[in-house]
Design a protein around this ligand. Structure first.
Ligand code: F6R
Length: 272
């Protein structure tokens, strides 16, 4: 896993937005996997700026969101559909028909989850998945104990997640108890993932994800099995990582490679 540690959430989000923008420029009809919550907000703000000021074109992009609360209609102010409209889609030239979010009011959830997986498959799979992380180490709503091979399905939220999200609903008793969520297995099939984390309250989850064992108790740790994951954190979220010096070395080498400074890395030198 590549670990990029930036000074603050602003710089980290700009870095994330650059990864997204590079892909959208290279493959205008790419498929993006998107997250909600407070973590991706600055990334979305930067993408909106790039669209407005630099002409970043989203007209051919398809998106799939990770999850949605069960019981909320798409126009409910706390629904993830509303979140995405207000914080991203309404400000881009994206085709509304190309934006996919699970339906929290589906009548037959089993069929709906199957169809959601099929839609991802029919779109050619997800090229780049953006992820936040819960303080208990969850990705999407794959709470601790979720199968690491799980697919899109209904999931019961933990009391920790309900507590974390109560601020948006004006009280724990108003937070839905269930969500429809992509599974860990679904996420692992994305071609690339970016895991974002900001703040000291995410430090333990990031430590367990990046440097802990792969375990269903920290579903984000399954990303260690993925072939292309970039974890972008701010200083606070990286606060408990032991191998920080090495991650910085890797980034230094990466920058030299990107700048074409190959000899400084010993490439082409005769060492012995
Ligand atoms: C939301 C999602 C969740 C959040 C996580 C962190 O679509 O998938 O896993 O990413 O709960 O939430 P924030 O960003 O609000 O700390």
């Amino acid at each position: 896993m590549r670990v990029i540690i930036e000074l603050d959430a602003e710089l980290a989000s700009r870095r994330c937005a650059r990864f997204v923008a590079d892909l959208v420029r290279k493959e205008p009809n790419c498929v993006l996997g998107l997250a909600t919550g407070s973590t991706p907000l600055l990334t979305y703000r930067e993408l909106i700026r790039m669209h407005k000021e630099e002409g970043l074109d989203f007209s051919q992009v398809t998106t799939f969101n990770l999850d949605e609360y069960v019981g909320l209609s798409s126009v409910h102010p706390q629904s993830y559909r509303q979140f995405m409209q207000v914080n991203l889609f309404d400000h881009l030239n994206i085709n509304p028909n190309g934006t996919n979010i699970p339906d929290g009011r589906a009548l037959d959830f089993e069929a709906h989850c199957r169809q959601y997986e099929q839609r991802i498959h029919d779109a050619g799979g997800i090229d780049l998945q953006i992820l936040g992380i819960g303080s208990d180490g969850h990705i999407a709503f794959n709470e601790p104990g979720s199968s690491l091979g799980s697919r899109t399905r209904l999931k019961t939220l933990t009391s920790e997640t309900i507590r974390d999200n109560a601020r948006f609903f004006g009280g724990e008793d108003k937070v839905p108890r269930l969500a429809v969520t992509m599974g860990v297995g679904t996420i692992l099939e994305s071609r690339r993932c970016i895991l974002l984390a900001f703040g000291a309250h995410k430090a333990a989850a990031i430590r367990d994800t990046v440097e802990g064992s792969v375990t269903a108790q920290v579903t984000a740790s399954a990303l260690q099995l993925h072939r292309e994951v970039v974890c972008i954190c701010d200083e606070a979220a990286a606060g408990l990582l032991v191998r920080r010096a090495y991650y910085a070395e890797v980034e230094r080498a990466q920058s030299l490679l990107e700048a074409g400074e190959r000899t400084q890395l010993g490439i082409g030198n005769q060492l012995g």
